[in-house]
Design a protein around this ligand. Sequence first.
Ligand code: GDP
Ligand code: IMO
Ligand code: MG
Length: 435
Amino acid sequence: MANIVIIGTQWGDEGKGKIVDFLAEFADCVVRFQGGNNAGHTMVIDGEQFISHLVPSGILQGKTCYIGNGMVVDPEVLVEEIEYLESKGIDCGAEKLRISEKAHIIMPYHKAIDIAREKMKGGTKIGTTGRGIGPCYEDKASRRGIRFVDLIDPVDFREKVEKVVEEKNFYLKEFLKADSIDAEEIIEVYSRKASQLAPHVENISVSLYNSIRSGQQVLFEGAQGTHLDIDHGTYPFVTSSNTVSGNTTCGSGIGPKEIDGVLGIVKAYTTRVGEGPFPAELFDETGDFIQKKGVEFGATTGRKRRCGWLDMVMLRNSVRLNGLTGLVITKLDVLGELESINICTGYEFEGSVMDHFSASLKVLAGCKPVYETMPGWSEDISGIRSFDELPETTKQYLKRLEELAEVPIDIVSVGPGRDETIILNNQMDNQLGKE
Ligand code: GDP
Ligand code: IMO
Ligand code: MG
């Protein structure tokens, strides 16, 4: 039995959705424990693309999915997503999709504040997804948040909304110069969503505890990436939750003893959406090549993703911060056709080489990447399903990554499809050991 956590090691969009969907075959339950619909997780099954923002990616494999207490949920988006998935024949009924009674609700004023603040900041904006994530987590921390348990109780919900709206409207109108929000309209719209979602709401800590006790395997689906973590990322250019593996337990209500492994998802190059430092960013035609070939557009906002070489300073940071027990290298097919491939192994800063990721934005801005150059490969590797069949230079590249990260590679992804995957070791399937 193994309960495994999936974590993005970079700035998000590493291919977590594809890998969660792939591994969900071996799991009984799949849990999201932080973030909200700032996430966009893509799965491709038999050529058909699915994007989920809130519902755990295990839903396509028919597994029981949990929206953890650490998440922030926009009920309108959730209902829409359930309807979209059900229209595609995927069961999202109350038995399959469980929602923590303690998850916080993203309210219309959270979205309005997020958008108006970014507008006001202009050139210093963070480049948020505008989904109200930060303002909702702020209210959670300041103990003014509204949770599912409140949403599904009409009396409590009305009382809480009425209490908070006056203050939100003052801030929106007077400080942010934005439109105010109507409490009655919120109550009407959200109450309709509440009755649709109420059958899904429960204490998921209890359900997960019982599942684990009965020998079921749980897969935990991280959102965003390690370098967007509120504590460990490129603050303030981060999201508003802890994205590292340590938050798995807080965000789902299980104890740390239940975690058996942590898989770090590593895109074979680096991308970033939104503002903030990016030492190995490419501004040349190689960057354009990767952006186009990798179709690097945000799954949530459609924004073009900034592209750069794989950065081992970041990856080693992720190895330590998450306690990674295995790596999953994704989008390796995208690097095909490049004559040579760079790996950033350190940063040059004021005449010396740094091998750690600085907390100072000033230092990061002054860091110049130090590259190790490896030969590329010209073959299309997307049809390959075993490590041995990969071109020699591809194997060399992977072995070098393993060496630099000091963590074994478990899975290599060579295309967006569920089956476009090479398994070296499956931590969720005891029968498949490493050869
Ligand atoms: P997530 O947020 O980490 O789940 O990643 P996204 O879904 O936002 O972005 C990853 C994108 O890469 C999606 O469009 C996936 O379909 C695609 N993808 C995932 N793995 C691979 C791969 O190995 N090769 C290629 N070419 N595309 C991939
Ligand atoms: P997945 O799960 C990539 C980024 C935003 C912005 C910053 C803060 O698909 O990997 P927020 O709306 O969270 O306050 O925005 O974080 N961001 C992501 N970037 N992938 C994501 O999720 C992201 N979720 C948030 O672009 O820079
Ligand atoms: Mg994404």
